[in-house]
Design a protein around this ligand. Sequence first.
Ligand code: CO
Length: 283
Amino acid sequence: MIRNIQSIIPSIPTSDGAGVKLRRSLGGQGNLRLDPFLMLDEFSSNDPNDYVAGFPSHPHRGFETVTYMLEGHMLHEDHLGHQGHLKSGGVQWMTAGRGIIHSEMPQQVSGAMRGFQLWINLPAKEKMKPAAYQDIQEESIPKLALTGGGSVKVIAGEFKGLGVSVHGPISGITTAPLFLDVHLPANAMFDHAVPSEHHAFFYVYEGDLDCGEPMVSVPKQAVVVLGKGDRLKVKAGPMGAQFIVLAALPLHEPIVQYGPFVMNTREEIEQAIEDYQNNLLVG
Ligand code: CO
């Protein structure tokens, strides 16, 4: 069964960190979320004034941050001195767990900076586990040619093409995420399985795309939440299209969020704030 569009969450221009300009869809106005996805930011600018200030030191607890760089170079550093370079085409999957204090700073003063940051919730039983990273460079992400033209990068989950099955490099995540970056030439079709028990959306960042049965056009730079079904069927318009596809198992747990802390109860949030103030956030 083809998944049709259930709802659309437009992205709203905003800024975060020390003034980085971005577009927030999930987690923006009205705190609209799609369990387990908490937030989605798209950053895209050729003007260094929009990004050079970066994201200085800040904490997280209780969820995962996923940064996918399309273009640019950021240096990630945490409170333990761990460093990671986020470069064009690479992904950093950070499980904040009990706590992390980190910064994400641009390593360029000109040129384009482009990508996404996604926040994915952790189940209650994993919110206090030690922080961990999966730093994946572009060359470790499988990229497959599509039979109808175009290509797909498999960042997480399984992609099944004609006679091939490819798993993305991200592993060991309880919500069993699927994360694809799909590029289609003009008028090309893309039809792929998305497990029926997963919540799913896609986000068009270039070009134009139609979706569903019957096909309807979707807005660019918006989260397109998909309804029930087990397949995603889309068709690129005359400009072609580039879009990310995300799906994951919902947690069905209460969410209490205070900025960069996402827990299940108010008491746990108060504890997180107290731990942060007492330098006990990180275990
Ligand atoms: Co952060």
